[in-house]
Design a binder for this molecule. Sequence first.
Ligand code: GDP
Ligand code: GDP
Length: 436
Amino acid sequence: MMRKGVVAIVGRANVGKSTLFNRIVGERVSIVEDTPGVTRDRIYAHASWLTRDFSVIDTGGIELAQRDFVKEIRMQAEIAIEEADVIIFVVNGREGVLPEDELVARILQKSKKPVVLAVNKIDDVNFRDAIYDFYALGVGDPIPVSSSHGIGVGDVLDEVIALLPDEEEDDHEGEIRFSLIGRPNVGKSSLTNALLGEERVIVSDIEGTTRDAIDTAFEKDGQRYRVIDTAGMRKRGKVYENVEKYSVLRALSAIEKSDVILVLVDGERGIIEQDKHIAGYAHESGKGVVLVVNKWDLVTKDEKTMAKMTKKLREDFKYLDYARIAFVSAKQGSRVDTLFDLILEAYENQRKRVSTSVLNDVLIDAQAMNPTSNFEGGRLKIYYGNQVAINPPTFVLFVNDPKFLHFSYKRYLENKLREAFGFEGTPIHIICRKRD
Ligand code: GDP
Ligand code: GDP
């Protein structure tokens, strides 16, 4: 795994942040199909420029409920400083320097984070002289940009890449990294503490960057683990915790750094829309997933309660059918220990490699048992298959024509692979390629 850089875009409203964000991110093609029922925030995305990959955050998408522009822009700038390695500060070249720009500049200056100053809406050369006013902000050389016309964006990105810290191989061989995600008050911190159980903490991470400083490494039964902090900004208290997009953003950056994700839901209060949203991101990341029903102590139970909750979870999180479900109480510490086996299982299955000959036997049997039928004007023929990747396990099937593959048949093949090899806790990807 490579530690990628993070770039945040800040600036007051309507200067063109999201237009620039969209330019930088572009249309990215994913091999994973969109998961139905997952709404996408356009505030966090992957991007690349030249040979560098990085993540981009549009802080303008993180809004406070009440319309206090000064508070809002302060929050956005603080989040940018907390999350990013490089900050793109966008101003409007047509309007000159406004007090809100000065406020942002002062906050950024204090942070000492590298800043790239993009003077936007310089759509043609006649406006170019407008950029000189912005030297007064004291955050470096202004770069003329027209986000809507795509002019100057490359210059901004050249500068960004020059300022990003060197990519380091984030080699954590043998250490399992996991995070706990879920809506505020679901019990993330309580469960983290319960999992850590004081006596086990052997390493408390004090070096490293500020951002990683609250991740905790520990050992349990000879296995090394690291729990990635999701709450973030703990030191600031819970000020931003209830800004939904901010907690989503935190969850996304924790997911990125983890091997296995524990998706927490509140056993007492049940499943809400925000849970599905967060679970969808966990699924799409391709990482290992465990579903954890917390606060189980608060639930009045009879012999059917657990089965009912399981059914509900399977319905609401259809796409997570591979995830194990655990019922715990962080507060009472009950069944918390069982989570380690599930984390380990998901981690190992993520890395599982199957032999090509056994894989092909399974594919042949699957087709014999349930032959393909006509779809889109032809019948799918699978010549052979190959596992091409782990994290998650990814299979390429060479076929006569990928368009003949009906999604229900793909689903069937996935189930057959799962039956044969056991991939509990991890998604698997199946890709069809045409072989002439
Ligand atoms: P944000 O609030 O900072 O995210 O700003 P938006 O990206 O939503 O843009 C605000 C408005 O400025 C929209 O109407 C955009 O079309 C417009 N805009 C963005 N970039 C440019 C640009 O480079 N030139 C011009 N003329 N308009 C732009
Ligand atoms: P976070 O915001 O997701 O980190 O949630 P916290 O860990 O701060 O927990 C929120 C509240 O729920 C606190 O008052 C906890 O004491 C309580 N809580 C957490 N886990 C449990 C649990 O398993 N059972 C009960 N009864 N309360 C819990």
